[in-house]
Design a protein around this ligand. Structure first.
Ligand SMILES: [Zn+2]
Length: 394
C-alpha cells in the first residue's frame, strides 16, 4: 500500500461515498444512493472496490423486529495508519494514528541548535521510524506522512522555504521523506496544520468556516472552510500575526509598526511588563517570563493584570478585523499565551462585542482549544485525511 493508494482514492464518486460512510456510519448501500443521488449500481460497484481495498467493512444490522436485516457499511479505521510530524522549532514530535485519528504511538526529540539541514532531516526520519516501531505497525501499513513545519512552507512542493528559529532555508522535506519511505507526504505550515487539526478533531461538528489562532512565541493562524485549508492566491491567507493594530506602534520583526505580534506573543507580554516596571522605577530580581506575568497577575498584582488585559484588548481588536474579513462561524484560540485564558478571554470577548459591526458578528463564538498541544500534530495527520476522504482531484 504505497503511493498508489491515493491514486485509487482519486475518483470523485469514490470520495463522495467514502466520505458519506465516514460521516454517517453505519449506513446501507441504499441510503448512500439516496443521499448522494448516485445510482444504486454505481454505489454497489464502488463499495465493492472499497471492500476489496479493505477501506470499509460490512456487518448485518441487528433488528428486534425480525425480518430482513440490512447490511451496514463502516470505515475500517485500522486498515491503514498515518504518521503526523510536528517539526520544530524546539522539538520534533511524531505520532502514528489510525484512520479515525486515534493515537497509537508518540515520540518527541529535542532539536539541538544550531542544526544543519541534513541533521534536521535525519532527526525527522529517525522520529518517523521510531514512532512506527513504538506503535507496533508495519511500515507497509503506513498510508502517508503529514508534516507540520514551523515557518514559511511552499505547500505544492512540500518545501520549507524559511524556518526562522532554526535558521534554515529551502529544506526539501517532501522530497526527502518520499525518497526514504515511498509514501505520500504532505507538508504544511504549523499554524495552518493546527487549524486543520482543530477542524477535524476539535469536536466542532460540521462547521462551514473556522479560524484558529495560535498565540505563542509568534502568532499564526489558519482559515478552514468546508473542512479544507484556505491558502489564498499567493499562500499568505491567515497571516494575522502581521495585521497592523497600531500604525505608530512598536517595530515588528517584519519591519512594520504595531503588528498583532508586537502585542500578543509571550515575549511581547514580557516586554510590556518590563516597560511598565521601568516606568515605575521598579525592577524584578528574577527573570520575567510570560508564565510569571500570569502567576503575578493571579496573585493580584495589578500591574500584571493590566498587561494581560491590554494583551486581551489587542487580540480582541485583531479578531474583530478577522471577523470583518472572513466572518467565520467560530474562532478557536490556542498556544502558550492562552494559558492566561482567565485574564485574556473575557476582555477578548468584550472587545469583539464592542467593536464588531452587527449583532451576528458581535456574537461570533470565541473559544480556547481543548486539543492542547496535540492540535498541531493531529493537524499533520489531517493533511492526509483530507486527501483520503475528500479528494476530488481527477
Ligand atoms: Zn509584523
Amino acid at each position: 500500500m504505497q503511493r498508489g493508494t491515493f491514486q485509487l482514492m482519486k475518483s470523485v464518486n469514490k470520495s463522495i461515498i467514502l466520505n458519506k460512510i465516514r460521516t454517517c456510519e453505519p449506513i446501507s448501500r441504499a441510503q448512500i444512493a439516496k443521499e448522494t443521488e448516485l445510482t444504486p449500481p454505481t454505489v454497489s460497484s464502488i463499495v465493492k472496490e472499497l471492500l476489496e481495498q479493505g477501506m470499509v467493512y460490512e456487518q448485518k444490522k441487528a433488528t428486534s423486529m425480525g425480518g430482513r436485516r440490512p447490511t451496514m457499511l463502516y470505515i475500517n479505521k485500522t486498515a491503514y495508519y498515518l504518521v503526523g510530524v510536528d517539526a520544530g522549532p524546539e522539538t520534533m514530535n511524531a505520532i502514528v494514528t489510525d484512520l479515525g485519528g486515534t493515537i497509537l504511538g508518540r515520540i518527541s526529540y529535542v532539536l539541538n541548535t544550531p542544526i544543519t539541514e541534513a541533521s534536521f532531516l535525519d532527526v525527522m526520519k529517525q522520529s518517523i521510524n521510531e514512532v512506527v516501531r513504538l506503535a507496533n505497525v508495519k511500515m507497509e501499513e503506513i498510508m502517508g506522512i503529514g508534516v507540520a513545519m514551523h515557518g514559511v512552507v511552499e505547500v505544492a512542493t512540500g518545501k520549507s522555504l524559511y524556518a526562522p528559529n532554526l535558521k534554515l532555508t529551502d529544506i526539501p522535506i517532501k522530497e526527502a521523506l518520499e525518497q526514504e519511505f515511498c509514501v505520500t507526504v504532505k507538508v504544511e505550515n504549523d499554524a495552518r496544520a493546527m487549524a486543520l487539526g482543530e477542524a477535524w478533531f476539535g469536536g466542532h461538528g460540521d462547521l462551514g468556516s473556522m479560524v484558529t489562532v495560535n498565540l505563542g512565541r509568534g502568532v499564526g493562524a489558519g482559515i478552514v472552510t468546508d473542512g479544507k485549508l484556505f491558502h489564498g492566491a499567493k499562500d499568505i491567507a491567515g497571516e494575522i500575526g502581521h495585521m497592523t493594530i497600531d500604525i505608530n506602534g512598536e517595530i515588528c520583526e517584519c519591519g512594520n509598526h504595531g503588528c498583532l505580534q508586537t502585542f500578543a506573543t509571550g515575549p511581547a507580554i514580557v516586554r510590556r511588563a518590563q516597560r511598565k516596571l521601568a516606568e515605575r522605577g521598579a525592577e524584578h530580581s528574577f527573570k520575567l517570563t510570560a508564565e510569571s506575568v500570569f502567576e503575578l497577575a493571579k496573585a493580584g498584582n495589578t500591574l500584571y493584570v493590566d498587561v494581560l488585559e491590554e494583551t486581551g484588548f489587542a487580540i480582541g481588536i485583531g479578531l474583530t478585523n478577522v471577523i470583518h474579513i472572513v466572518n467565520p462561524e467560530k474562532i478557536v484560540l490556542g498556544g502558550g499565551v492562552m494559558k492566561s485564558e482567565e485574564f485574556l478571554l473575557p476582555i477578548i470577548k468584550k472587545t469583539v462585542n464592542n467593536n464588531a459591526l452587527t449583532e451576528g458578528a458581535k456574537n461570533t463564538e470565541v473559544k480556547v482549544t481543548k486539543l492542547g498541544k496535540d492540535a498541531t500534530v493531529l493537524g499533520a495527520v489531517a493533511l492526509l485525511l483530507v486527501e483520503i476522504f475528500d479528494s476530488v482531484l481527477g
